[in-house]
Design a protein around this ligand. Structure first.
Ligand SMILES: NC(=O)c1ccc[n+]([C@@H]2O[C@H](COP(=O)([O-])OP(=O)(O)OC[C@H]3O[C@@H](n4cnc5c(N)ncnc54)[C@H](OP(=O)(O)O)[C@@H]3O)[C@@H](O)[C@H]2O)c1
Length: 247
């Protein structure tokens, strides 16, 4: 069994990723959620599908170091290693009106959390002998600085100003690049991927009527990345359509 931790799989892309991995039969998926109620509800929904893989819940809040280290200790105790880590949690709409607070909130969840998680699980990933061991950071095209200056880019205006989200995802690119270099000696790949506009709870416009694609469609390329299908494209920001974005 490949032991895979999916961070925040209770809704949207994370939930569908857990379902698609479980359907394959060779994954043991750890649902790492901050809310035990939502986590156990997701666990029940997945178990009711009678998929061949195995699944369990672990508590983890990406903004809380104690919970990150407790989750890593639990994984160490239960499995002695980790094969795949998917950093999926993010917020698009910070609760705060004040920009400084919004920036803090988004950076804490979207960039600092994955950075701390990567290092917290580094030793467990190092211990894995799975040949495709890796971290996949789910990012966003909104964090691509190169795209900002592309005259053909369609600017997303319906959310208003989202500099807090964009800047936090740009920071996630640097977290990915630094950890890709740091973990390479352990044989651990660190990749960054944008799912594209998808139905989820991320914001009020993530709905079919606004052009968002279904999660089933969005997640298939992520499974391909987890299974090494795009390993030839080292050091790029992978996009949803099989191509890449400028960093
Ligand atoms: N959907 C899109 O169009 C789109 C496009 C580009 C990139 N993405 C990226 O895809 C990933 C998944 O997002 P999604 O679209 O599936 O959105 P989602 O349905 O809102 O899922 C995001 C998850 O992150 C968790 N989360 C929120 N705040 C958190 C915090 N402070 N600490 C820990 N976890 C927290 C949420 O848990 P709770 O339920 O407990 O709040 C939720 O399960 C994100 O990284 C997002 O940036 C999505």
């Amino acid at each position: 069994m490949v032991t895979c931790t999916v961070i925040h799989p209770n809704t949207g892309i994370g939930f569908e990723l857990a379902a698609q991995l479980l359907a394959k039969g060779n994954y043991h998926v750890l649902l790492a959620c901050r809310s035990p109620d939502k986590g156990y509800a997701a666990l029940q929904r997945l178990q009711s599908r009678d998929l061949p893989g195995t699944v369990c819940f672990t508590h983890l809040d990406v903004t809380d170091d104690a919970s990150i280290h407790a989750a890593a200790s639990q994984v160490e105790k239960d499995y002695g290693r980790l094969d795949v880590l998917v950093n999926n949690a993010a917020i698009g709409r910070a609760q705060e009106d004040d920009l400084r607070k919004k920036m803090r909130e988004c950076f804490d969840t979207n960039a600092t959390g994955p950075a701390i998680l990567g290092y917290a699980f580094e030793e467990l990933l190092r211990k894995s002998d799975y040949p495709l061991k890796r971290i996949v950071n789910v990012s966003s095209g909104a964090g691509s600085i190169g795209r900002m200056f592309d005259p053909n880019r369609k600017a997303v205006t319906h959310y208003g100003r989202t500099i807090h989200y964009q800047a936090s995802k740009a920071a996630l690119s640097m977290v990915t690049a630094q950890q890709a270099l740091d973990f390479a000696p352990h044989g651990v790949k660190v990749l960054c991927w944008n799912p594209g506009f998808t139905v989820s709870e991320l914001g009020p416009f993530n709905k079919v009527e606004h052009g968002a694609k279904p999660t089933e469609e969005a997640v298939r390329p992520l499974v391909e990345i987890i299974e090494g299908g795009r390993d030839g494209e080292a050091g790029v920001f992978l996009s949803e359509d099989g191509k890449s974005y400028p960093w």
